[in-house]
Design a protein around this ligand. Structure first.
Ligand SMILES: Nc1ncnc2c1ncn2[C@@H]1O[C@H](COP(=O)(O)OP(=O)(O)OP(=O)(O)O)[C@@H](O)[C@H]1O
Length: 240
């Protein structure tokens, strides 16, 4: 396993060059260099506090790096590029008084690429009611609703921060299948989770972060061939 080279080609939709972020004495991103290609699903892996959310928040523009460059489709992040980037945070962000129907209207007004038909299809598929207020929903229902909202956009870069949290084991299989079905050509998907084995089923690539540094990255198939290990054992080897 080697650190990725930074190289820029047309298909490298997202490039981080020498990206650093500190919070006082805490290193949340350390000299991060990586190129991500369209069509791939990246499992973003690392223990608590390693810097996964920071990585996503810097790309989405919510957190400003101290130094370094982030290029999306060859251009520095701008208000225009951010329209094509979506980020699903770990926290629930719905107003408690809103139903899924209200949420659909809210996001349709907010994001031009939000597809209400797709959203209702997800609700149906996830067996979520459209008339229940958010404060009455269970943790798992809210988690599914967040996924439905995120996948209803047509973003070229989609980031899901711990989407499987709070979702039961049977539903998780359906959620991972839904995430996989919504990946594909022209889109980068970055998904973080501590459920490494479940994430392995949907991911083509993995990025391992340790104390803010990208310590390994690459295609999961190549990582498996190089090490003879599955993703869970590679994870243990890196972090145990
Ligand atoms: N706003 C902030 N102020 C101060 N420190 C922060 C802030 N956000 C993150 N950190 C610190 O930066 C480091 C990386 O945090 P981050 O949330 O990116 O990790 P993570 O890998 O997503 O963790 P987890 O798996 O627990 O969600 C941690 O040490 C965290 O305490």
């Amino acid at each position: 396993m080697t650190k990725p080279d930074v190289f820029q080609k047309e298909e490298h939709m997202l490039v981080l060059q020498n990206v650093n972020k500190h919070y006082s004495s805490i290193t949340a991103a350390s000299n991060q260099n990586i190129s991500l290609e369209a069509g791939n699903v990246y499992a973003l892996l690392g223990p608590n506090g390693s810097g996964k959310s920071t990585f996503m928040k810097m790309i989405t523009g919510l957190v400003k790096p101290d130094s370094g460059t982030i290029l999306y489709k060859g251009q520095p992040l701008s208000s225009q590029s951010k329209l094509d980037i979506s980020y699903m945070p770990t926290e629930s962000y719905f107003y408690s008084y809103m139903t899924a129907k209200d949420i659909c209207k809210y996001f349709s007004d907010f994001f031009p690429d939000f597809n209400p038909n797709k959203f209702y299809a997800f609700l149906n598929d996830m067996e979520l009611p459209d008339n229940l207020k958010a404060y009455k929903m269970s943790t798992g229902m809210l988690a599914k609703l967040k996924i439905a909202v995120s996948l209803s956009r047509s973003s070229g870069l989609m980031m899901l921060d711990e989407p499987l949290n709070g979702i039961d084991i049977i539903s998780r299989e359906r959620m991972t299948a839904t995430i996989a079905a919504n990946s594909g050509p022209g889109r980068i998907m970055i998904v973080s989770s501590h459920l490494v084995d479940e994430l392995e089923t949907v991911s083509t690539h993995a990025i391992f972060i340790k104390q803010g540094s990208i310590v390994a990255a690459g295609s999961i198939e190549e990582l498996r061939n190089q090490t003879g290990l599955g993703l869970v054992d590679i994870y243990k080897r890196i972090y145990a």
